[in-house]
Structures are given as C-alpha cells and as structure tokens.
Design a protein around this ligand. Sequence first.
Ligand code: PLP
Ligand code: COI
Length: 365
Amino acid sequence: MNAAPLTYRVTRNEKARTPAERDAILASPGFGLHFTDHMVAITWDKAQGWHDAEVRAYGPLSLDPAASVLHYGQEIFEGIKAYRHADGSIWTFRPDANGKRLQRSAARLALPQLPVNEFVESLRQLVAIDGDWVPSAPETSLYFRPFMIATEAFLGVRAAQQAGYYVIASPAGAYFAKGVSPVAIWLSEDYARAGKGGTGAAKCGGNYAASLLPQQEAQAQGCSQVLFLDPVEGKYLEELGGMNVFLVYKDGRIVTPELSGSILEGITRDSIIQIARDRGHTVEERRISIDEWKQGVASGDIVEVFACGTAAVITPIGQLKGKGFEVGDLAAPAGEVTMGIRKELTDIQYGRLPDRHGWLVKLRD
Ligand code: PLP
Ligand code: COI
C-alpha cells in the first residue's frame, strides 16, 4: 500500500525533566533504566491502515484487558541506536535494515507492516523533540525501542485487526555492567530458544520470554548470557539470548553460525561480516558444532570468541561453561581481532571514520 506519509500531532510533555535532571541521568545512564520525555505512537486498524501518528509525553499505555497481545503474545520489537558525533549532530545506523526486519517480524507474527520510511521517520520525530537526551560521552548512545502490539479486544485466536506501533528511547551506556571486558556464557543444553519452523528469526517478545529461565540458570552459574544450540539436533551453535556469536581462528578465519531460520539476522552481525572482509579476513557463515568450539579452544586453533548486537556492540567472550565443563580463560585480555573490529565499527558509528558503506543516516543537525 503506497499511503501518503503520516503527519504527526506533537504534544509536548508538561512534566519534562529539567536540563539538570536530564544531565544527572546522562552522566550514568546504565542500560534500559531511564526513558526520555516523549514517545511515538501510531495506530493501525484493518479498515484505515496506519493513522493517528503522534509524539506525546512518555507514559503508560491504556489497553483493554482483552487486548490480544496480553493473551496470545502478538508482539514484535526492534533495537537501534542514535549516536552523537563530535559536531553535535545525531545519526543512526542502518535504519532501513531494522525497518525491513520489523516488517519480516510483522509478517511472521501476523501483524501489519509499517513502511520502512515511516519506521525511519518515527525515529526522526522522537529525536526532533528529545535530541538533548542523546548522550555525548564515549561509548554512550540513545537506544530506541520501537515495538508493535496487537491491541484488539478479542479472545478468539486469530490475527488482530487493531494494532499499535510505539517508539520509546533510553539513554545507554555499556550493556554489561563491567563494560568491554570478557564475559562468561552458559551453554543451555536443556532448553532451546526457538523451534524448527518457529519464530526464532523474528524479533518477538515470546522468544525472549523463552530465554529467561535458561538466562536465570546462566546467572546462577556466574555467567552473563546463555548460548543456545539448534533445536533439532542440539549440536550446532545458534546464538545467545540477545546477541549473535563469532569465533576467530588462529589463521585469521572468522566463523559465525549461518542463518538457520531460527536465529535472528543481526544487523551488527551483518556489519561485522562486511568489516572483517574489508580487513582481509575470510568469513565463513556455516554450521558450527559445539564440539568444534570446545576442541578449537583446547587446541589453540580458536583464539577469540565474541558476541555482538546493537545493545552489546561487540563483547568478548572469555569463557564457555556448561554442565561439567569449562573452556576458555577469563583472565586472558580481550582479543586483538575482536577489539580491532569493534573499534572500526564504533568509529564508523560515531563518525570518526568515513562511512564507506553508506550505513549512517542523519537524524538531526
Ligand atoms: N540475536 C538476538 C536474539 C537479539 O536479540 C539481538 C539483538 O537485537 C541480536 C541477535 C543482534 O541483532 P542486532 O545486531 O540487529 O542488534
Ligand atoms: C538489542 O541488542 O537491541 C537487543 O534487542 C538485545 C537485548 C538483549 C537488549
């Protein structure tokens, strides 16, 4: 449907935080703890399509208790950041890729598709009013959380005929409390995150709900993330609860699980593949068995392992633990290949290196 671009009604938050209150939050934002003064909301129904776009005060949603999102979990989301460059301007990274992924998630969850240009415009609208919330300290950003829910009040099990799309934003520092130092991860052998033909490739809340119990298990074992294996044979690496994973070989090869249909097609993953190739690495997207990881680390063939995602950026993995085994050495410093790619990616995002792949989109001067 080639609808006319949406026009926004903008209502300012009467209770917006003062500059001093905002600065206190930006001085130590953490991750996902604080939210800006405004949000975007767009309504959809079957008859009218997308309509009633607005920017309004950040605050609770009003939902009918029968709304299908509350019963059948019809929900999808995205994660994308705004970066402040040295000249004060505000940019985002590959928003078309996130917009397209939101559309793929919508298709899988039988939700309506928001046009990609409207996805990008929704970020622009929020930054137009809340731009002062984009922090400027190194490694900080404004994390957008666009999401869509089925709002129709109907208990029959079918695709909802009413939905809402929203964008909230949260100033962000490092995702892991210790910043860029190696983390330990836990191999989940009892639980899978996704099933064959399921929703693993979609960014939907249900996948994360399914990861929370194994995530608790990981934390009880002193690990910060869970590693999931393929749901069919329980043998091949898939991804972490909220990140993709890469292994670096001694000979410079970089290997990552192929897109199996049950893992999320990470935009950071895709960007790393490109940057690694630019840097002369051979990159393989293929099946990787858990034994290949264990044996490779033991023999010294695998020299670095890292996780990646919008929230986590690139985080070195120092140790893999599971029932009755541990591989890797947390005391080892973060690897050179990992940190080299990380620096190049963040230098592009923060405008310190030329944007040679055309990945950056300016949101505000
Ligand atoms: N895998 C999962 C399950 C995720 O939640 C994320 C985060 O969004 C990723 C991978 C990485 O995706 P991206 O790099 O697009 O943020
Ligand atoms: C992201 O990186 O954007 C995610 O959605 C992952 C989540 C663990 C915060």
